[in-house]
Design a protein around this ligand. Sequence first.
Ligand SMILES: Cc1ncc(COP(=O)(O)O)c(C=O)c1O
Length: 374
Amino acid sequence: MQAPFYGHVRQYLSIKSEIDAKINEVLMSGNYVQGPMLAAFEKQATAYFGTKHAIGVGNGTDAIWLCLLALGVGPGDEVITHPNTFFATAEAAWIVGATVVFVDCDPKTKNIDPALIEKAITPKTKAIIPVHLYGQCADMAAISAIAKKHHLIVIEDDAQGIDGRGDTFRQGELSDAVCTSFIIQKNLGCFGDGGMIFTNRDDINETVRKLRNHGSAKRDQHSYGFNSRLDDIQAGVLSAKLNHITAWTDQRIAIAKLYDAGLAGCKHIDLPYHTPGYRHVYHLYVIETKDAAQRAAMLKFLVDNGVDAKTHYSIAIHKQEGYPWGKQVRTVGSVANAEKNAASCISLPMFPELRPEEIQHTIEKVRAWDKAQG
Ligand SMILES: Cc1ncc(COP(=O)(O)O)c(C=O)c1O
C-alpha cells in the first residue's frame, strides 16, 4: 500500500471536462495573455473571496514583492516575519532591497507570535508579513492592532491559506493586501506557476496592475514595471477549479479530523493545533516529533512503509546559507520555537482526493512507529 503526497492527476481527472472546456475556450479565443479569461477569473475571485480587487500575477513570490514595491518598501526598510516559513516569504522582501527581521513563531500555531512583534519594531520598520502557515490564518486581529498603532503595512502571505478565515475576520479585512500562490501543489493550483493579490485598496490595485505589465496601463505608454502576468490558460484552469474549492477545503478538514482521531494518544508526536473558530484549510497536516533524530527515524520508517511524508520546512530561513543578500537579515530574541518546528516537522499526505485506505494506512504506520518508541 502506498499513500501518495500529491493527487494532481486525480484532481484533474475528477473535473477533466470542466477544465478541458475552459482551456479550449482560451485556445479558440486566440487571447492568451491579459485576455478575457484572466479578467473573468479576476472577477470570479473577487466575488468568492470578497475583496474589492484581485490581480493575477506570475507567481506567489511576485505577488508579495510587487505589493511591497507598490507600497514603497525598499532599501533601508525593515520587514518583520518569522523564519519557519517557505523561503519565498523573506525572499520577496530581499528582492525589493529590504532587511528581513525574524521573530519567533507561536509554539502551538507555528504562525508569527504577535506578542513578539512590538519588540522588533524600529524606526526603519515598514511592514509585517504574517504567513497563514500550513493553512491556518495568523492572528490577524492582534497583528493589525499593532500595525495600526505603529503605522505599518500588513501583507498576508496566503500561499498556503486560500479559502481560510479567522473567527472574526476574513482574509484581506485586516491588512493592506493578501498574496497567494497558485503553483500546482497549493489548495487552488494551476498547471504551472501563478499568483494573485487580493486587496480592498484602489491604489494598490492600480499600481500593481501597471507593475505586472511593464508599467503600462494603456497601449504604448509605460512607466516603471516588469513582466509578471497570470496567463489566460492558467486563469481558465483556476476558474474551473474555483467552483470546487469549498468542497475541496471541506474534504481536507474531514481528512484532518480522521488523522486527529486516528493519531490521538500517540505519545511521541504532537498533532497540529487548530485555533477555535478558525477555518483551517489544512494545506498541510504537520505533526512534530520530539527532535531532529526522531524526525529522521520516523520519516525513514514512513517512506520505507509506503507513506510519502515530507518536511515543511526542515531548515529555518535564518539558517539557510549562501543567499547573496543574506546580510540583510536579523533575528530579534530567541527563535527557538521556529527552530524546533524546522527540526521536527513531518507533513503527512493531505489532499482532497486522498482515499480512505491511504488515510488508514498512514494512521497505522504513524501509530506503529509511535508504539515502537515505547
Ligand atoms: C508560504 C509561502 N510563501 C510564498 C510562496 C511562493 O509562491 P510561489 O512558489 O508561487 O512563488 C509559497 C509557495 O511556494 C509559500 O508556501
